[in-house]
Design a protein around this ligand. Structure first.
Ligand code: AMP
Length: 218
């Protein structure tokens, strides 16, 4: 699943993964957990993430390569936050060789909307669930586990602008990398979340990633 930070990739990927019974693999979540657990990768990642920059392709490709060796991805998976560079995309093509073609969906949202959304986004301190501004206003507690909602440390204004800059420079070229493929789709992410979800489901179906298709579905 492609899209700028704040486009709703995490929330949408979560819903699709649940509906399909396949794992959502979020490289951001994997890194945040590594930071939390104080692992070697976590120690290296923490400062880079705090600046809104990207970790090296080598580290990220290694993480995803290992994750995609696990059994639970046999019937498909959703990637959220990977690939983020053309080098990562080329490595992913290599990793999934022999599986069903990758279905690539872009959630497109203009920058002005993203800055507003990111500065209001809250996440659950305990389970990592994402709450948008309306949900956070309605309750200071997570809908899923009752945990406390906090702002993600890299959602502050300065880091948000850096993350958007990095997205345009390094990740947006992926649209060009993928768009000629018959399994590429783009949906309008500026609509209400339910509408985006419906468009995404339809896009995935029409791109050949229907519930019956076995293989990879990022
Ligand atoms: P996310 O939760 O996807 O917004 O990711 C949070 C941060 O983790 C990013 O701003 C990067 O610093 C780092 N990160 C996550 N995925 C990748 C990736 N595929 N390549 C490089 N850095 C990543």
């Amino acid at each position: 699943m492609l899209g700028p930070p704040g486009a709703g990739k995490g929330t949408q990927a979560e819903q699709i993964a649940r509906a399909r019974g396949i794992p959502k693999i979020s490289t951001g979540d994997i890194l945040r957990e590594a930071v939390h657990n104080g692992t070697d990768i976590g120690k290296r990642a923490s400062a880079i993430m705090a600046r809104g920059e990207l970790l090296s392709d080598e580290v990220m490709i290694g993480i995803v390569r290992e994750r995609l060796k696990q059994k639970d991805v046999q019937d498909g998976f959703i990637l959220d936050g990977f690939p983020r560079t053309v080098t990562q995309a080329a490595a992913l093509d290599e990793i999934v060789k022999g599986r069903a073609p990758l279905v690539v969906v872009e959630i497109a949202v203009p920058d002005a909307d993203l800055v507003r959304r990111l500065s209001m986004r809250m996440v659950c301190e305990s389970c990592g669930a994402i709450a948008d501004a309306a949900a956070a206003r309605a309750s200071a507690k997570c809908r899923q586990c009752g945990g406390k909602l906090v702002q993600r440390s890299d959602d502050n204004d300065t880091v948000v602008l850096e993350r958007l800059k990095v997205y345009h420079q390094q990740t947006q070229p992926l649209v060009e990398y993928y768009q000629m493929r018959p399994t590429f789709r783009s949906v309008n992410g500026s609509q209400a979340p339910d509408r985006v979800a419906a468009d995404l489901m339809a896009a995935i179906e029409s791109a050949g990633g229907g519930a019956d298709a076995k293989g990879a579905r990022p």
